[in-house]
Design a protein around this ligand. Structure first.
Ligand code: AMP
Ligand code: GLY
Length: 424
């Protein structure tokens, strides 16, 4: 069967690598892709929200299945677009329809969903421009620090953690009265700060059955020791050592089952990934957020640990028989180091020639922000390339990924050398 992956990051490179290994995978297309995805299939220069362009591609190339990488096309209704089109409606899309994607697309929707289904999460309330004054009065009641979340998608920048009441008041006013994040902050969720260690768990569901994929931990700050500005993610490890069987069982019973059952009871169809962002608070899991897709760079650590045929699993989602599919997870440990462009996450260098990829010894290389320019590979994004090493133990995986990252060079190259070392 012919498969189309939508997206162009490290996550999509990892998907392309994994899907291309399946006997069931015929031609593989990636739109728009990057220099790495081009090694496993054919890149097509169509953006992920150009639904008409995607339709033409799907019809021209006889695509039988579409896997959506990022959230934006899902929240904008790419799956609904397929279902509403006579020629496309029989072609399965992996990723929820717009309604289910609200779990990520609206923080207010997701908080209310958690509340309705008794899923443990931080106490919160949602405010609008009209209720700003009530919001200001609510702030001192939840303790410091205070978490403010723009309701809509804000390119990962919509969450503010305010350490003083004055800061929280000013930011809440900025967001609601002055549209700090545009339409995304027309509503703001004001939330209690959860103390603990973060981790992510990924669920693949056909809307009825589910499989729990490997857990992962991502490192969001630019600087070593988790300092400096937030990024899309500077590295990840899988599994998460403290997410033992007892803790995972709590996550399944308290969060995963109520989520799947909640979607079912509300008649929200959902075929795809549910990314569960969690805080481990003294051994109990609390929800931070849902995403309607896989994480990046978590996917780069998660997929190498999945031994089963991933196309088979996606077919299980499409056909509603995921329960009949096998999910084998390797006991090995994966560590991913994200190499970024000089200046990232601010204004960053681009079009720098990358060298040294042939010197990588024992890691997978997943391109993120790269393009091929003749024989050369050049940088295009802030996150440039992910290096994942799969080894028998975490220390070796971390050491190998870090060592292999240092074998790649481009002007302004930077990566964190401390990914995962807090967990050893
Ligand atoms: P989100 O966009 O919801 O993932 O939030 C971004 C980041 O903010 C999360 O990955 C957490 O590190 C942090 N965060 C969000 N909500 C909370 C909370 N209630 N308590 C502590 N940290 C939080
Ligand atoms: N690494 C976090 C995310 O994909 O949202």
């Amino acid at each position: 069967m012919n498969i189309l992956i939508l997206g162009s990051g490290g996550r999509e490179s990892a998907f392309a690598w994994k899907l291309s290994q399946s006997k069931k995978c015929g031609q593989l297309f990636i739109a728009p892709g990057n220099a790495g995805t081009g090694q496993y299939g054919t890149n097509v220069n169509i953006t992920v929200t150009d639904f008409e362009g995607i339709k033409q591609l799907v019809l021209d190339k006889g695509i039988n299945l579409v896997l959506v990488g990022p959230e934006e096309p899902l929240v904008k209704g790419v799956h609904d677009f397929f279902l509403a089109d006579e020629q496309l409606k029989s072609i399965p899309v992996i990723g929820p329809q717009a309604e289910g994607a609200q779990l990520e697309g609206s923080k207010d929707f997701s908080k209310q969903f958690m509340e309705r289904h008794n899923i443990p999460a931080a106490t919160s309330k949602t405010f609008t421009r009209e209720t700003l004054q009530e919001g200001i009065e609510y702030l001192p009641t939840i303790g410091l620090p205070i978490v403010l979340k723009a309701d809509g998608l804000a390119a990962g920048k919509g969450v503010l953690i305010c350490t003083t009441l004055q800061e929280a008041q000013a930011e809440l006013t900025e967001m609601l009265a002055n549209a700090k994040f545009g339409a995304a902050s027309a509503k703001v969720v004001v939330e209690q700060f959860l103390q603990g260690i973060e981790l992510s768990v990924f669920v693949l569901t056909d809307g009825n059955n589910y499989k729990i994929l490997p857990s992962a931990k991502d490192y969001k700050r630019i600087g070593e020791g988790d300092t400096g500005l937030n990024t899309g993610g500077m590295g990840s490890v899988s599994p998460v050592p403290f997410a033992d069987e007892v803790f995972l069982k709590k996550i399944e019973d308290r969060i995963i089952i109520p989520t799947i059952e909640g979607l079912k009871s509300e008649n929200i169809p959902y075929k795809g990934f549910i990314f569960i962002g969690l805080m481990n608070c003294d051994g109990d899991p609390y929800m931070i957020e849902y995403n309607c897709r896989m994480g990046d760079p978590e996917t780069e650590s998660v997929l190498p640990r999945i031994e089963s045929d991933f196309v088979e699993l996606l077919l299980g989602v499409a056909e509603g028989n995921l329960n009949e599919k096998e999910l084998i997870i390797s006991n090995k440990v994966a560590a991913t180091v994200m190499m970024v462009a000089g200046g990232y996450p601010g204004t960053y260098l681009k079009d720098r020639v990358m060298t040294g990829m042939e010197n990588i010894r024992d890691s997978y290389v997943f391109h993120a922000g790269t393009y091929a320019d003749g024989d050369e590979i050049k940088t295009s994004g802030g996150r440039v390339i992910a290096i994942t090493s799969l080894q028998d133990d975490m220390f070796t995986a971390l050491q190998q990924a870090t060592a292999d990252a240092s074998r790649i060079y481009y002007d302004g190259m930077y990566f964190r050398k401390d990914i995962g070392f807090d967990l050893l």
